[in-house]
Write a protein that binds this ligand. Structure first.
Ligand code: UD1
Ligand code: CA
Length: 453
């Protein structure tokens, strides 16, 4: 989704991700924690890509090989800058200088732990081409944020809370941390930043005053506090997730999806749902779900990596796993799990089944309790059910196996050989009725119990 207008100069992004994230108290590095089933760091990279940044550099710490590996897998080795030890945000940005090499253009600095900030929120930061522009926000509780000290329309300084006077602490317009500047100016200013301050760190924010000293413009563009929120602890991760979900729900409602209890429906970052689809309360989407318009997703269903066509009905209590592909008007009902199976138009599996690895032809009916036995402990194999076939309840189809079009499988069968089209397959013990034997058994058992009294 590219929302940016053609940049009039080239763009690069430096994404800071070298913090240890100790307050998360988690073995997973902070920036790899997901929001909407996508790592926070990937949300930051998505925004940089959508802004048209041709170079993206992620500043990582050497304490976190997982973050490095994650970045290399997505962007390659030349997207990595290492900051070790972390000596402040200004020091972190400088760590990217060598990696940016001879890049010429605008550089934006963003953060791996700010997952909700979208390209559209960042875009205005590129308005000036010869100065420093900062994204500010109105803070409900300014706390430890850097304060934006204004002089008319221009930014005079960013003052960190620890260095601020009472008067400056009263300012509620705060620094999001995101800023942009031409690459040459940025690194010249950073080379002048010292660590002579309360924290003994190299503050990125010091570039504002240094730019002013040279007569370079220093500007502010505003964003909402929610969009710039940073995640430092699990409670903030949960808060970011809640905000993310609320944005998703509003977007789907606005796009014509019907939800009677949207607060109970959870989406992933890439969930697609078409207009006119009804999503009942308590539905959870994992990544990779594509639901066409005019489908119905009933309560308590879990859908991940699956496609659902128009007119199909899922649930209640259905589980669609990756590769489930439900055709038009098909039906997957309660306590049915589908994985890696194409169900053609009008195919049905209404109750208590596992369908893994295979296909179900148009209009075929899978009876209650049917299992596709797809795994022998070592390998997976395919079960193919032909068009219009009928599989009786409680059948085990031992893959690889094919049920021909129009065939019928008798209830309770264990099918290990292919069934020809239009055949009736019975693979179970033949029933024997012994006249009177039930009554005789009962009398004998009763007498035995009496004799023990
Ligand atoms: C910073 C800003 C502050 C702003 C706030 C917004 C400075 C000096 N202050 O403060 O004005 O209001 O963010 O949240 O910039 N990081 C590194 N390497 C480092 C230090 C930090 O990669 O050496 C990364 C961290 O992982 C984190 C981000 O930069 O994601 C911000 O660092 P942090 O130390 O939290 O800055 P704040 O003190 O919160
Ligand atoms: Ca912070």
């Amino acid at each position: 989704m590219t929302t940016h207008t053609q940049p009039s100069s080239k763009r690069a992004a430096i994404i800071l991700a070298a913090g240890q994230g100790t307050r998360m108290k988690s073995p997973l590095p902070k920036v790899l924690h997901p929001v909407g089933h996508r790592a926070m760091l990937d949300h930051a990279i998505d925004a940089a890509e959508a802004l048209g940044c041709e170079r993206i550099v992620v500043v990582v710490g050497s304490h976190s090989p997982e973050v490095r590996a994650h970045v290399v897998a997505r962007l390659g080795e030349d997207a990595i800058a290492v900051q070790d030890p972390p000596l402040g945000t200004g020091h972190a940005v400088r760590a990217a200088q060598g990696v940016l090499g001879d890049f010429v253009g605008q550089v934006v600095i963003t953060y791996g732990d700010v997952p909700l900030l979208k390209a559209a929120d960042i875009e205005p930061v590129f308005a000036s081409h010869d100065g420093v522009t900062v994204i500010g926000f109105e803070a409900r509780d300014p706390g430890t944020y850097g304060r934006l000290v204004m002089e008319g329309d221009t930014l005079a300084a960013i003052t960190e809370a620890k260095e601020a006077s009472e008067q400056v602490l009263a300012i509620t317009t705060c620094n999001s941390g995101v800023m942009a500047a031409p690459v040459g100016l940025l690194f010249e200013l950073l080379s002048e930043v010292t660590n002579a301050n309360a924290k003994g760190e190299y503050y990125l924010t010091d570039v504002v005053e240094l730019a002013r000293k040279r007569g370079a413009p220093t500007l502010v563009t505003m964003a909402s506090e929610d969009s710039v929120m940073g995640v430092n602890a699990q409670s903030e991760l949960a808060q970011a997730e809640a905000l993310f979900q609320s944005v998703q729900r509003d977007a789907f409602l606005a796009a014509g999806v019907t939800m009677s209890a949207p607060d109970t429906v959870h989406f992933a970052w890439d969930t697609q749902v078409g207009p006119g689809t009804v999503i009942e309360p308590f539905v959870v989407f994992g990544p990779g779900a594509r639901i066409e318009g005019g489908a119905r997703i009933r309560s308590f269903s879990h859908i991940e990596g699956a496609a659902v066509a128009s007119g199909a009905e899922v649930g209640p209590y259905a589980r669609l796993r990756p590769g489930a592909d439900l055709g038009e008007g098909s039906k997957v009902g309660n306590f049915v799990e589908v994985k890696n199976v194409r169900m053609d138009a009008g195919a049905k599996a209404n109750h208590l089944s596992y369908l893994g690895d295979g296909s179900v032809g148009a209009g075929a009916n899978i009876g209650a309790g049917t299992i596709f036995c797809n795994y022998d402990g070592f390998n997976k194999a395919q079960t193919v059910v032909g068009e219009g076939a009928f599989v009786g309840s409680n059948s085990a189809l031992v893959a690889p196996v094919t049920i021909g079009a129009g065939a019928i499988v008798g209830s309770g069968s264990v099918i290990v050989e292919d069934v020809p089209a239009d055949a009736l397959a019975l693979a179970r013990g033949r029933q024997v009725n012994k006249a009177g034997a039930g009554a005789a058994f009962r009398d004998k058992a009763k007498a035995k119990k009496e004799s023990r009294k």
